[in-house]
Design a protein around this ligand. Structure first.
Ligand SMILES: [Zn+2]
Length: 389
């Protein structure tokens, strides 16, 4: 097998290949160049590589690369896109890896392109002939925006494996839970008219007032009935984040729109919650004569919930000395869990540096992370649980 490129060179190349994903098409760059870079390295190193284009997005793709063969398998996964950067607020060039005071600065060092380099480096110690189960490297598109990469994997039913590690920034601590995210717009249409005669119109704003009361009542119910003490905020949250209605004090308000953000705990299904939300709003405005429309503001992220009893949870807890935690950010993990792959989020960066100017990865985290990945390969590819042959 060929020797892998120098780790620092790999991280350098990953950072200097821009892959910003944004809902704003002017900023969106696609991830294809990063996918091609990885695929080239990996195929030279003897991995089977497959690039899976994302439908209707010609500059975006997922990569599945496999080393060794057999049943089951262990996945190391990372997203290849980054968030946009704050022009003028970086002291370093976001697209040129710079090393200073034991830190590697660059966009995607912590969150999370560098992890993919670490995964390749960790695997380079092994020969695929040693593997009873394969090691699979997955690199995805669009985690920061639509999760279209992870969704495409679920639609294709790929990869197939038993366990996965996603190297999002968790400061080398295993994570097995996060909340879901649902963002919805509620739009009410009434009838405008002169303020001097209420009979001339139907106020959407006053209708929204009733909806707001319904929603805060619902929040109270949700927070009494659902508690999970692994989370710092142990209850589901419902934030009323944006409202706009009407134009002038002397006109009856004809249109009013509210945007809300609901973060459910594991076990609360997004589709059920959306249905309940719509029912309650409709019931509140039953006889109002107002027209109601709903719109999802983003494709929701399901909550992540990998059982504490899973082998990969127990093993990463033993390796790191931390019990698996719950975090406040969303990841692609629930999609891997949907495919029957027990998933732990565990990576070398810190979430505090993600999505920030001067994002960096602490160099002291690199060797411990590579060691963790090697132990995982030993355990799940070379001596897989339940296989003693
Ligand atoms: Zn990330």
């Amino acid at each position: 097998m060929q020797k892998s490129p120098d780790l620092l060179d790999m991280i350098k190349a990953l950072i200097s290949t821009p892959s910003v994903s944004s809902v704003n098409p002017a900023l969106d760059q696609g991830n294809r160049a990063v996918i091609d870079l990885l695929a080239n390295w990996l195929s030279t190193l003897g991995w089977q590589t497959e690039i899976l284009p994302i439908e209707n997005q010609p500059n975006k793709a997922n990569l599945i690369a496999t080393l060794g063969s057999g049943p089951g398998g262990l996945v190391f996964s990372g997203h290849t896109d980054t968030v946009p950067w704050d022009e003028g607020r970086w002291n370093h060039d976001p697209f040129r890896l710079s090393r200073q005071d034991g830190r590697l600065y660059g966009l995607g060092t912590a969150d999370m392109k560098a992890f993919l380099g670490l995964a390749i480096e960790a695997a380079s110690d092994f020969s695929p002939a040693q593997f009873k189960e394969p090691l699979i490297l997955v690199a995805t598109a669009d985690e920061e925006t639509s999760m279209s990469g992870a969704r495409a994997l679920v639609a294709a039913g790929r990869p197939q494996a038993r366990y996965a590690i996603i190297g999002e920034p968790t400061g080398l601590q295993p994570v097995r839970m996060h909340k879901g995210i649902l963002m919805e717009s509620i739009h009410l249409r009434g009838r405008s008219g002169h303020s001097s005669d209420p009979g001339l119109g139907n106020s959407a704003l006053e209708g929204m007032q009733k909806v707001l009361n319904t929603l805060t009542d619902w929040r109270k119910e949700l927070q009494t009935g659902n508690i999970n003490n692994l989370f710092r905020i142990p209850v589901p949250t419902l934030n009323l984040g944006h409202i706009h209605g009407g134009d002038n004090p002397n006109r009856i308000c004809g249109d009013c729109e509210l945007h809300l953000d609901l973060r459910p705990l594991p076990g609360m299904e997004l589709t059920d919650l959306r249905e309940i939300l719509h029912d309650r709003v409709r019931k509140t405005l039953e006889d109002s004569g107002l027209e109601i429309s709903f719109k999802a503001l983003a494709t929701g992220t399901p909550a992540m919930d990998t059982p504490a009893s899973s082998e990969i949870v127990k093993f990463t807890e033993a390796l790191t000395g931390y019990s698996a935690a719950a975090v406040a950010f969303g990841t692609e993990a629930p999609y891997f869990n949907q495919m029957g792959i027990d998933t732990v989020v565990l990576g070398p960066g810190d979430i505090d540096q993600a999505h920030q100017p001067d994002e960096y990865l602490d160099e002291a985290r690199i060797q411990p992370m590579i060691k963790l990945l090697r132990e995982l390969i030993m355990r799940f590819c070379i001596n897989p649980p339940g296989r003693t042959d």
